[in-house]
Design a protein around this ligand. Structure first.
Ligand code: ATP
Ligand code: MG
Length: 440
């Protein structure tokens, strides 16, 4: 992609409304634009990152056995009256009346709707377990939307819902998601720690928030430092292996980790001092077993092996891709701008033409652009007629993993400069070596 033909509206000045670095950088690097409080447009490179995150989330959901569908954003109030949540949800729910005076709402979550889909089609325990998910926009009229897409009113969520005949089955479904989440966040370049979370009136220990440590996080968290070095389950993990998954979950819950709501001073005090982490964190995912909370009032039952009707045991499992864009930037930036982890960078390479109009430089850039594209790399080619300094600053700000600087001086020796954004490491290489260096 030629930058001169692209749409990358960067800002030179720090926007005043942005309190935290990720919000500042998302506005400055042209990822998002605020349209009203807590509601954002996703500009081209922001959308690319969001889509890449969603694709990784999807791959890991599918790998664990979950099945994707898509439910609408607008729901009917009647469905929510069945569970009793229409009145209980309060002001966070955006309520809408259509032209026929029917009460509708913009979905903040989908437990009721998925339960309705389930009860309409599934009759027998033989069709279980089942886990259905979608990646869809949600709306919650947050009292204090802030920090950009970290806490917005409209946001993207992957929400999965599991259905099982009994609690033991639900436990395995929960474990599948637990392991899928460990893999998902690791692939996004994050160290997310599963922490005990509140289960509300249902009780039990089957609720975890996945938290990444960040000084700007809204949650206060306490955990054992060893979690930061725990091995991530491999891609060939067998998600049907009940005991195998349970042992992974047991390991990942063997040490202390809790948010302030579930904090246990005595348990924390028992951790050796050099292993104690008391920090702030960002919740990027939440998994939750809630039994028959919806299936009972909404009459979602299946026939069991005993020939009787049983309400299904359910769980729900959320991840916030739009919050993750911000969370990843909080975890990966420097004074000059964003430092994208390779798998979710909007482009793989910023190719910088230092002297547009110089025949040799233009030709070398065109050649590199083609050669890298042929190797499957996504290149943002800065062909604008701008000062080199401004181009370098833009490349650092938008944070693609690789930069190639091409100018007449280097080319006179047959060289271009390859810079790794994360380390700042620079190498002078021939054009062909530059391609191999980056494309591997
Ligand atoms: P929080 O405590 O941060 O408000 P929550 O407990 O309300 O989150 P869930 O209902 O568990 O969140 O939603 C699942 C996921 O959706 C969260 O882990 C988070 O990644 C994302 N999410 C929730 N609310 C927002 C929001 N206002 N803006 C962006 N992402 C959000
Ligand atoms: Mg919330």
């Amino acid at each position: 992609m030629r930058l001169s033909r692209y749409f990358l509206p960067t800002l030179r000045e720090d926007p005043k409304e942005a309190e935290i670095v990720s919000h500042r950088l998302m506005l400055r690097a042209g990822l998002i634009r605020q349209q009203s409080a807590g509601i954002y447009s996703w500009l081209p490179i922001g959308l690319k990152v969001l889509n890449k995150i969603a694709a990784i989330v999807r791959e890991e959901q599918n790998r664990s056995g979950a099945v994707e569908l898509l439910m609408p954003t607008i729901q009917s109030a009647d469905l929510w009256r069945e569970s009793g949540r229409y009145d209980a949800y309060g002001k966070e729910m955006l309520r809408i009346t259509d032209r026929h005076e029917r009460e509708m709402l913009y979905g903040p979550t989908n437990e009721e709707m998925i339960t309705d889909i389930f009860r309409s089609y599934v009759r027998s325990y033989k069709d279980l377990p089942l886990n259905l998910y979608h990646i869809q926009w949600k709306f919650r009229d947050e009292i204090r939307p802030r920090f950009g897409t970290m806490r917005s009113r409209e946001f993207l969520m992957k929400d999965a819902y599991s259905f099982d005949i009994d609690q033991a089955g639900a436990r395995h479904s929960y474990n599948r998601m637990f392991v899928a989440y460990l893999r998902t966040f690791a692939r996004l370049g994050l160290k997310a720690i599963p922490m005990q979370a509140d289960t509300g009136p249902i009780g039990g220990d089957l609720s975890h928030e996945f938290i990444i440590l960040a000084s700007t996080g809204e949650s206060e968290v306490f955990c054992h430092r060893d979690f930061l070095d725990f091995p991530i389950p491999a891609a060939d993990t067998d998600f049907d292996d009940v005991a195998g998954l349970q042992s992974i979950v047991d390991k990942w819950t063997s040490l202390y980790a809790a948010t302030s709501e579930k904090h246990d001073e005595a348990a924390f005090a028992a951790i050796p001092n050099d292993r104690k982490v008391s920090a702030r964190g960002i919740e990027v995912g939440h998994i939750f077993y809630f039994g028959t909370k919806y299936s009972l009032p909404m009459k979602a039952t299946v026939t069991g092996p005993d020939g009787k009707e049983h309400p299904v045991h359910m769980g729900s499992y959320g991840i916030g891709p739009s919050r993750l864009v911000a969370a990843i930037i909080e975890a990966s930036h420097d004074e000059a701008g964003i430092v994208w982890p390779d798998p979710i960078a909007p482009f793989d390479v910023s190719l910088i033409n230092i002297k547009v109009g110089d025949t040799a430089t233009d030709e070398a850039c065109a050649h590199l652009h083609r050669a890298l594209a042929l190797r499957g790399l996504d290149v943002l080619y800065d062909d604008r007629d701008e000062r080199p300094g401004a181009k370098f600053a833009t490349a650092d700000l938008v944070g693609m993993p690789w930069q190639i600087l091409v100018g007449p001086k280097g080319l006179a020796d047959g060289k271009v400069e390859v810079k790794r954004r994360a380390t700042g490491e620079r190498e002078l290489l021939s054009i062909e070596d530059a391609v191999t260096r980056i494309a591997g």
